[in-house]
Design a protein around this ligand. Structure first.
Ligand code: HEC
Ligand code: HEC
Length: 575
């Protein structure tokens, strides 16, 4: 869905945008215009040649080529695969460019590889491509309030451009979406005349005129990071077996193995992942495909079974040492359901992935399941090490990827995180010794869901409760608090009194025994006062009964809002 139908003004503006192009040499291009600083000239010179025939053929009818094989606009901008995809989709939807899907994929790959971001540049914008719900703080308030009114700052910080490209980007917004002037780019109201608190005259520039210089300075086309990365970039050698560590809110830890196989293209792979949900021992097997862009950006999709239509999208960073990948795998209409994933290369040594339940209570004996790979078949209890005060009484069973042991935790065992070793290989902080549960907390502290199910899809919100011990200082909410992992609690919803007498609790939706919130349907509700939609905000309450009969309570805030009626883009950089 696109916001705006084209109008004559937009068309005229576009004509100007292409006409006022990047350094297409003027008849006597001896001297660049005076107002360019050294840095800006340098940036212009850094325009990147485009040598791929298909890109040149598809884009050059409108984007003029110069004598250095550069194409106007395109050569002076770098971004992520998602950033390029968005532009290509926009060229198709708004500027009438035609191409076949296979051509679009080749063009995208070429641009993301050759006009991409270095790992250090892409990392701060990872939340954008991983679709993480985070509380992002941008250092410059003026720019943030100008550019995050309609979309996330992630879209902005994953761009590198010359000054004129930043200017033309703002011009594109104003041309296609004229409302943006009133919504964000231009100052409203009369100019300020009073001097500021520091006695200096007021800054009456329009917000966009403050944002452009800031972005030009902080996100230039030419950077040391890219100059270093581009010549060093290569297709990573990922074929082999990888230890899979996952964490999914509401499901807990997932452990397993991902096998990456080669295809006939050096940066495309097929995958098979098998993981166990540590808490319940449920096994999931996923088959997938992936492409690696710019030497480090893994973009894949995997499916759990033939009836798994949507599958999970995999977005990961490949570390420079090629021994680790990490990121998020996600699904859902709003990409809200996801697993935080780390893959580490498996060699011949055993690897401890983690325990079924990390919390070991002092004075107790219990069975502990240690998940891993390459465990020796004949493992003895002496080869398993939990540190002082925790005795491995016996090995209950052993297989290459799961050892079950009985451990006795001494009453006097010191509390705190414990490294756990199997056959000489350790996982740091794989367990935690504690004496009692002092508190529980709800995660996330503030969640969001969207009503749906009739016209629009539902956005779900999963909550979980984490147990805490106050740590050595005995005080809550200090640095030494011990996270004891997720625990089973009972869940309920309470009214959050923002609006008097609106009974949100009754209408927003339901929370199941596992902390999963399912919103109510979209659209006006005739049973509700004023026929309002089923939106609202509520407290989500977790209650935990201690063995001594006391109860611990914690709460999180949940905002249930309306569907996202307009999706400006639907990124889909998949193989
Ligand atoms: C039919 C003409 C046409 C073709 C073909 C075309 N574009 Fe464009 N492109 C435009 C126009 C018009 C603009 C300026 C307005 C805008 O940004 O939409 C533009 C702007 C751009 C920009 C700057 C957008 C920004 O983010 O500031 C990029 C990058 C771009 N095009 C890439 C491409 C690529 C890559 C191709 C080839 C796959 C391509 N274009 C093919 C018409 C075209
Ligand atoms: C009034 C709402 C609005 C504001 C304010 C806004 N944007 Fe946008 N932006 C959009 C829309 C709409 C699109 C086009 C999305 C599409 O077609 O997929 C877009 C697209 C973009 C793109 C992708 C362009 C491409 O290559 O296709 C970038 C980058 C961007 N905006 C940066 C910015 C920056 C920087 C600012 C602040 C100076 C800003 N936006 C402020 C609405 C806005």
């Amino acid at each position: 869905m696109r916001l705006l139908t084209r109008c004559a003004f937009a068309a005229a503006m576009l004509f100007k945008l292409l006409a006022a192009q990047q350094p297409t040499p003027a008849p006597a291009p001896t001297e660049p215009p005076k107002e360019l600083s050294e840095k800006e000239k340098d940036d212009l010179d850094a325009g990147i040649p485009i040598t791929n025939e298909l890109v040149r053929k598809t884009c050059s009818p409108c984007h003029k080529a110069d004598d250095k094989q550069r194409l106007s606009r395109i050569s002076w901008r770098r971004t992520t695969p998602e950033g390029w995809e968005q532009t290509i989709k926009r060229m198709i939807s708004l500027n009438g460019v035609k191409m076949e899907p296979a051509e679009a994929r080749e063009i995208l790959k070429y641009l993301a590889d050759n006009l991409g971001l270095a790992p250090e540049e892409a990392r701060p914008a990872a939340f954008e491509v991983e679709k993480q719900m985070i509380d992002y703080k941008f250092p410059d308030k003026d720019t943030e309030s100008t550019c995050s009114k309609c979309h996330s700052m992630g879209r902005v910080i994953s761009q590198r451009r010359t000054k004129s490209e930043w200017e033309l980007l703002v011009a594109m917004h104003r041309g296609y979406y004229p409302l943006s002037d009133f919504q964000a780019f231009r100052r409203v109201g009369p100019p300020q005349t009073e001097p500021g608190p520091d006695g200096r005259p007021p800054d009456n520039r329009h917000p966009m005129d403050k944002a452009i210089p800031y972005l030009t300075e902080k996100y230039p086309l030419k950077t040391p990071e890219w100059s270093e990365w581009a010549p060093n970039m290569r297709a990573p050698k990922l074929v082999g077996r990888w230890a899979f560590y996952g964490y999914q809110t509401g499901k807990g830890s997932l452990y397993g193995v991902t096998t990456i196989k080669a295809t006939d293209k050096e940066d495309e792979f097929t995958t098979e992942t098998r993981y166990v949900r540590a808490k319940t021992a449920d096994v999931v097997t996923r088959q997938g495909k992936a492409v690696v862009y710019t030497g480090f950006q893994w973009r894949g999709r995997s499916f759990a079974a033939s009836n798994d239509k949507a599958g999970m999208r995999e977005v990961m960073f490949v570390e420079r040492n090629q021994r680790e990948l990490s990121g998020r795998w996600f699904t859902g209409a709003y990409e809200e359901i996801g697993i935080d994933v780390t893959l580490r290369r498996i060699g011949n040594d055993p690897i401890v992935l983690g325990l079924d339940n990390i919390a070991l209570q002092a004075g107790m004996t219990r069975e502990v399941q240690i998940h891993g790979t390459n465990f020796p078949a004949d493992i003895s209890s002496s080869a398993i090490d939990f540190g002082p005060g925790v005795t491995v009484k016996r090995v209950v069973s052993a297989s290459p990827d799961l050892v079950k042991v009985e451990v006795e935790v001494a009453k006097t065992a010191g509390i705190g995180p414990r490294d756990v070793g199997v056959a000489g290989m350790y996982r740091e902080g794989a367990a935690v010794v504690y004496d009692k549960i002092d508190a529980i907390k709800v995660r996330p502290q503030s969640g969001m869901a969207r009503v749906g199910g009739i016209q629009f899809p539902k956005e779900y919100q999963q909550f979980e409760a984490i147990a805490y011990n106050n740590g050595a200082d005995g005080k809550p909410d200090t640095k030494d608090d011990l996270n004891l992992g997720p625990i089973d609690v009972s869940w309920s919803i309470e009214e959050y009194t923002a609006t008097f007498d609106d009974d949100d609790k009754q209408w927003v939706g339901t929370l199941d025994d596992n902390g999963l919130f399912t919103p109510n349907v979209d659209g006006p509700n005739p049973k509700r006062k004023n026929h309002a939609d089923n939106y609202g905000d509520v407290w989500v309450i977790a209650t935990y009964k201690l063995p001594d009969g006391r109860t611990l309570r914690a709460r999180g805030h949940l905002l249930v809002t309306v569907p996202l009626y307009i999706l400006f883009d639907q990124p889909e950089v998949a193989p």
